[in-house]
Ligand binder design. Structure first.
Ligand code: ZN
Length: 249
């Protein structure tokens, strides 16, 4: 059994299509860790594409909440708020309704659980080993997948109490790296962001979980980011959001 893990697609259809092309034939089920929309130019196309994959589990992200009116985006910076307001205007009632009914994490799935931000708070960013350790101590299952930071990687908490940072390095072009999942260790795994990476690598990030081996495969896939940027310009989305796709920051 292999699970395809999608996160932080952020209305970037070109990046999502590049990921799905690489992933084709390599998975049995799909999960999505939230932030389907926000920032990018293709909210409706991305929602429909995700729905078409029939994911077994989807949690909502903070941008999904802001774009469908569950939250007021007061904690967003100005460009994020502008993009959320633009996105909301694009969404027909059926897509608004889809975003509104998404679950808050943690959401259990056979073999693991999924969250958008962290185990204790769906909107918490887990950047540091300390934040990861505090969350992993609360974990009732060994394996948790999270998104939100747009950083591909993760953390492992050994039964000795030692916390390790999983550092991912993937060769240029289309590439992947495997990390074995060891019994007795608690993991918080971030597949990276498809539509707006911030870890310095502009390629779309995603992951697979291989349940039998067991291991996590982190992937990076280049996509035609100029095509996405062109549509963002045409939609008059904020310039900083357009520029950052080129550098993955
Ligand atoms: Zn996000």
């Amino acid at each position: 059994m292999r699970t395809l893990i999608l996160s932080d697609i952020h209305s970037n259809l070109t990046a999502l299509e590049a990921v799905l092309e690489q992933a084709q034939g390599k998975y049995d089920q799909v999960i999505c860790l939230g932030d389907i929309v926000g920032y990018g130019p293709d909210p409706n196309e991305v929602i429909r594409r995700v729905q078409g994959l029939q994911p077994v589990a989807v949690v909502r992200g903070n941008h999904d909440k802001a774009c469908c009116g569950i939250s007021d985006a007061q904690d967003f910076n100005a460009v994020a708020r502008t993009a959320a307001a633009w996105t909301r205007e694009q969404l027909p009632p059926d897509n608004l309704a889809y975003l509104r009914q998404l679950d808050a994490g943690p959401l259990p799935v056979a073999g693991f659980q999924i969250v958008h931000g962290s185990i204790r708070d769906e909107d918490e960013y887990v950047f540091t080993p300390r934040e990861a350790g505090e969350n992993l101590q609360l974990a009732q299952v060994p394996l948790t997948f999270c998104g939100h930071t747009h950083f591909q990687g993760g953390f492992a908490l050994r039964d000795t109490g030692r916390l390790e940072v999983l550092r991912v390095r993937i060769e240029p072009g289309v590439g992947f790296a495997e990390y074995p999942v060891t019994p007795g260790v608690k993991y918080l795994i971030n597949p990276g962001s498809i539509g707006q990476p911030r870890d310095g690598d502009p390629r779309a990030g995603f992951a697979f979980y291989d349940h039998e081996k067991p291991l996590v495969e982190y992937w990076r896939v280049p996509y035609d980011l100029e095509a996405t940027q062109k549509r963002m310009k045409a939609a008059k989305l904020p310039e900083p959001l357009i520029a950052r796709l080129s550098v993955g920051r």
